[in-house]
Write a protein that binds this ligand. Structure first.
Ligand code: SF4
Length: 737
C-alpha cells in the first residue's frame, strides 16, 4: 500500500542492508528522492525496529559518488572514462572469449561479495553467470565469514543450507559465543530487533550468557559475560560436551548416528584440560554444561568471531552437538530450522566436501567454492589453469579478504577484470570495466537466503519503489548480458535476455513438478516476478503444494498476489519441528561424528598445550559499518565509528604506548591510533573490519580512511575443514610510535 500526497508518497519495503530484514517506511518526494526512512510498525516481524544504517538508506541511495553509468579503464594511463552500455559489453565480448580460448575455462574466476545475499539479482541471476563461466575458480565472501557453519550443517544434516537458529523468542537459556548482535544486528539468525528479543528473553526469566574476548554491548545485556582467549571456543565447547557425558546429563530426543564416537572424541577435553587454553575456569565450564542441561529449553549459538578462527568448523559442529545432547535441537525454545516460503534449492543428495581441490594449495572445495584465502595464489602462480581473468559482483575483497595487500597486487597483474559494482573502490580500481547496478529502490526485494535462517517464519515481497528508465539496464539484465558477453555474444539491450533465463527456469521447474500446463497462471509485472510467484506457489505454504502448511490469511495457499496485497509482510507462525524431514544425510539421522571433523579433532588435541603468543589481534563489528561499503555516508562515520586499536590499559602501560602504535604481524605492519579500553582482555587487541579506504573514489570514505586490518591477516592460515579465512587470534607485536 502506498500513501500519496501531491508532494510525497510513503511506501514500504524490506531493508536490504543486513540480515535482520527490517520493514521500512520510506517517503519519497515528487522527484523520487528519499525524504525519510522509518521502521515499519506494521511489519509483523520487525515491528518498527530500525537501526542507523537502515535510517541512512536515503543518503546511501543519493550518494553522489555512486556510479551511474559504466566506466572503462585505460590501462596505459590508469584513467577512467564513461562508456555506453553497448561499449562496455562489446569490450567484454571482445576480450573475455579470447582469454578463455587461449587458456581454458579455469583461467576465469568469479568473486561474489556479501550484498549478493541481499538482492533478488544475486539469488536468481548470479547462477546463470556461474554457469556461463563454467570455472571451478569460484570464490565468495562466504569463506571470509560463515562457511564453517554451512560445512558443519552439511556434514551433520546433509544440507549446508539446513542451519539451525536459536528459537530466540521462546528459549529459556541462550549461550552465545563470538556474536555481537547489538552491533551486527544478527547473522545466520535473521531476527529484526535482536536487542529487543534478548531483553524479552531476560524479562521472561530466561538467562543469557555471552562468551567473547571483548565485553561487547551484547555482553552488557547478558546475565553473565565470560572472557575467552581468541580461537579457543572449540575447547570450551568440548569441555561442555565432556561434562555432559561424564555427568550423565545427556537427553537425546532425536535419531542420531555417531554417539559413541563423539563421546570418545570428547575424552581428552576435561574442564581442567581446557582451562588454560580458554582462560575459563574449569568449574565454570562444568557449570555451563549443567545449566544447559537443566534449563527447560536452551540453545547454543556461535557466530562470526568463532567462524573466522582456526577451528571454525569444529566450533560450529560442537554448538549443534551440544544442542542435540541437551535435547534442544528441533524443539521449541531450542535450536530450530526455519521454513522459508519460497521453494529453495531442492537437494536430493547428501552434502559432500572436497569434491575437487584448488590448483596451487590443493585446498578442498566447499559448496562449489574455493577459499578466498587462496585467490591470490591462483592468480600469482604460473602454470596450467592460472587465473588470468576475474569477474567480481558487489565485492571488495582487497579490504575484506585476508592479506588484502597481496590480493591487490595479484589483481593488478590480471589480463582482464570486470566488476559489477556501484563504486570504484580498492578492488574494482583494478577492473577494466565497471558495470554499476541501478539504485536499490529501483530493484524488487525478496530475501531468498536470509528467511531460511529466520527465528520466526515470515515472508515479504517489495516491488521496485522507483521505476527504471527504459534505457537503463536492471541488475538482472546486467548479469544476463554479462553472461552472454563472456561467451562472446552481443545480446540486444532490454529484458529479453532476462526473460530467456527466467523462462528456462520456470519451464524446467514446472516440468519437474508436473505442472507445465499451469504456466499461464503465474502473475507478475515481469518474468522475475513470475518466477517468484512460482517459487511461492511451490513452496511449503504454496497454493500448488498439496501438503502445504496452513496460512491464516491465505487459506488457498501462498502466492505472489498474497504478498503484494500484504506489503508489510506475512506472519507464517513460530518455528516448528522439522526433523527428520529436512535431513539429507546418507543415514537419515543427525550425524554427530562426521569423519572430517573427527580428523580435525586430532589437531585440536595436539594444540591443547601449544605455546600462546603474547598478543593476538581480533576483529570487531560496528553498528554504523556494513563490512567495507557504507563508510561514504556522512551520518555513519561519526561518533564511535572509528578505526582505532582497542587495547587493555594494562597492555598500554606494559608496552609503553602513546597515542599511536605500530602493529606488526607475519604479513604486514600498520600504524594505528591507540584507544585504551578495559572491555577487552589483556593480551588481545582489536581492529574493526572493512576500513582502509585508500584506492576508492568515495569522498567521505577517503576522509575517514582508517587502516585495513587485513594488511595484518595471513592468507596461509585457514580453518582446515572449511577453508575459511582466519581473522581472529592473529599473532602480532605492538610497539610505540
Ligand atoms: S538492522 Fe539491518 S535490516 Fe534492520 S534497519 Fe538496520 S541495516 Fe536495515
Amino acid at each position: 500500500m502506498t500513501r500519496v500526497t501531491t508532494e510525497t508518497r510513503t511506501t514500504y519495503r524490506t531493508c536490504p542492508l543486513c540480515e535482520a530484514v527490517c520493514g521500512l517506511e520510506i517517503t519519497l518526494d515528487a522527484d523520487n528522492r528519499v525524504t525519510s526512512v522509518r521502521g515499519d510498525r506494521e511489519d509483523p516481524f520487525s515491528r518498527g525496529f530500525i537501526c542507523p544504517k537502515g535510517a541512512s538508506l536515503g543518503a546511501l541511495d543519493a550518494d553522489p559518488d555512486r556510479l551511474t553509468e559504466p566506466i572503462i579503464r585505460d590501462r596505459a594511463t590508469d584513467t577512467w572514462r564513461q562508456a555506453t552500455w553497448d561499449e562496455a559489453f562489446d569490450l567484454i565480448a571482445e576480450r573475455a572469449p579470447a582469454i578463455l580460448g587461449d587458456h581454458g575455462r579455469q583461467a576465469a574466476a568469479l568473486y561474489l561479495g556479501n550484498p549478493n545475499a541481499h538482492t533478488v539479482a544475486g539469488a536468481l541471476y548470479v547462477p546463470a553467470l556461474i554457469r556461463a563461466l563454467s570455472t571451478r575458480n569460484l570464490y565468495s565472501a562466504s569463506t571470509a565469514d560463515q562457511m564453517p557453519k554451512q560445512v558443519s550443517s552439511g556434514l551433520m544434516f546433509g544440507d549446508p543450507l539446513t542451519v539451525p537458529v536459536p528459537d530466540l523468542d521462546r528459549t529459556d537459556y541462550l549461550l552465545m559465543l563470538g556474536a555481537n548482535p547489538l552491533e551486527s544486528n544478527g547473522s545466520l539468525c535473521t531476527a529484526p530487533d535482536y536487542p529487543g528479543r534478548l531483553k524479552a528473553l531476560r524479562k521472561r526469566g530466561g538467562r543469557l550468557v555471552v562468551v567473547d574476548p571483548r565485553r561487547t554491548r551484547t555482553a552488557d545485556l547478558a546475565d553473565e559475560h565470560l572472557f575467552i582467549r581468541p580461537g579457543s571456543d572449540a575447547y570450551l565447547l568440548f569441555g561442555i560436551v565432556h561434562t555432559l557425558f561424564a555427568e550423565n546429563l545427556t537427553d537425546i530426543r532425536i535419531e542420531v548416528a555417531g554417539l559413541e564416537q563423539i563421546r570418545s572424541a570428547a575424552t581428552p577435553f576435561t574442564p581442567e584440560a581446557v582451562q588454560a587454553r580458554t582462560g575459563i575456569p574449569a568449574d565454570t565450564v562444568g557449570r555451563l554444561a549443567r545449566e544447559l542441561a537443566a534449563a527447560p529449553t536452551a540453545a547454543v549459538y556461535a557466530r562470526i568471531g568463532t567462524c573466522t578462527a582456526e577451528f571454525g568448523t569444529l566450533t560450529q559442529w560442537l554448538v549443534d552437538v551440544i544442542n542435540v545432547l541437551t535435547g534442544n535441537l528441533d524443539r521449541p525454545g531450542g535450536a530450530m530450522f526455519a521454513t522459508a516460503a519460497a521453494l529453495g534449492i531442492v537437494r536430493t543428495r547428501p552434502f559432500r566436501l572436497g569434491r575437487w581441490t584448488s590448483r596451487v594449495r590443493e585446498l578442498p572445495e566447499a559448496m562449489g567454492e574455493f577459499p578466498v584465502a587462496t585467490l591470490a595464489d591462483e592468480i600469482l602462480t604460473p602454470g596450467d589453469g592460472q587465473v588470468r581473468m576475474l569477474v567480481t559482483v558487489a565485492g571488495n575483497p582487497v579490504l575484506s579478504a585476508p592479506a588484502g595487500a597481496r590480493l591487490g597486487e595479484a589483481l593488478a597483474g590480471l589480463d582482464f577484470m570486470v566488476s559489477v559494482d556501484r563504486y570504484l573502490n580498492e578492488t574494482t580500481r583494478h577492473a577494466d570495466v565497471i558495470l554499476p547496478p541501478p539504485r536499490t529502490l529501483q530493484a524488487p526485494h525478496y530475501d531468498f537466503a536470509l528467511l531460511q535462517f529466520a527465528v520466526h517464519n515470515y515472508a515479504r515481497y517489495s516491488p521496485p519503489l522507483v521505476a527504471l528508465p527504459d534505457d537503463r539496464p536492471s541488475e538482472p539484465e546486467i548479469l544476463a548480458r554479462l553472461a552472454l558477453s563472456l561467451a562472446g555474444q552481443q545480446p540486444e539491450p532490454g529484458r529479453d535476455c532476462v526473460a530467456a533465463v527466467d523462462e528456462l527456469i520456470i519451464a524446467g521447474t514446472l516440468h519437474k513438478a508436473g505442472l507445465t500446463e499451469r504456466r499461464a497462471e503465474l502473475i507478475g509485472a515481469d518474468s522475475t516476478e513470475q518466477r517468484i510467484d512460482m517459487m511461492l506457489r511451490l513452496g511449503p505454504y504454496g497454493e500448488w503444494n498439496p501438503d502445504r502448511r496452513p496460512v491464516d490469511i491465505a487459506p488457498e495457499g501462498l502466492n505472489l498476489r498474497v504478498l503484494l496485497d500484504n506489503p508489510h509482510g506475512v506472519d507464517l507462525g513460530a518455528l516448528q519441528p522439522r526433523l527428520p524431514g529436512v535431513l539429507r544425510t546418507d543415514s537419515q539421522k543427525v550425524e554427530l561424528a562426521p569423519q572430517p571433523l573427527l580428523d580435525d579433532t586430532t589437531r585440536l588435541v595436539a594444540e591443547l598445550s601449544a605455546a600462546r603468543p603474547d598478543v593476538v589481534l581480533i576483529g570487531r563489528r560496528q553498528l554504523r559499518s556494513n563490512n567495507s561499503w557504507m563508510h561514504n555516508v556522512p551520518a555513519l562515520v561519526g561518533g564511535s565509528n572509528t578505526c582505532t586499536l582497542h587495547i587493555h590499559p594494562d597492555d598500554v602501560a606494559r608496552l609503553g604506548l602513546g597515542e599511536l602504535a605500530a602493529i606488526e604481524s607475519a604479513t604486514g605492519k600498520l600504524t594505528v591510533p591507540v584507544e585504551p579500553n578495559d572491555r577487552i582482555m589483556p593480551g588481545v587487541v582489536s581492529l574493526p573490519h572493512g576500513w582502509g579506504h585508500s584506492g576508492s573514489t568515495q569522498t567521505v570514505a577517503r576522509e575517514h580512511a582508517g587502516v585495513n586490518a587485513n594488511a595484518l591477516t595471513d592468507d596461509s592460515r585457514i580453518d582446515a575443514v572449511s577453508g575459511n579465512a582466519v581473522f581472529n587470534g592473529v599473532p602480532v607485536t605492538i610497539t610505540p610510535v
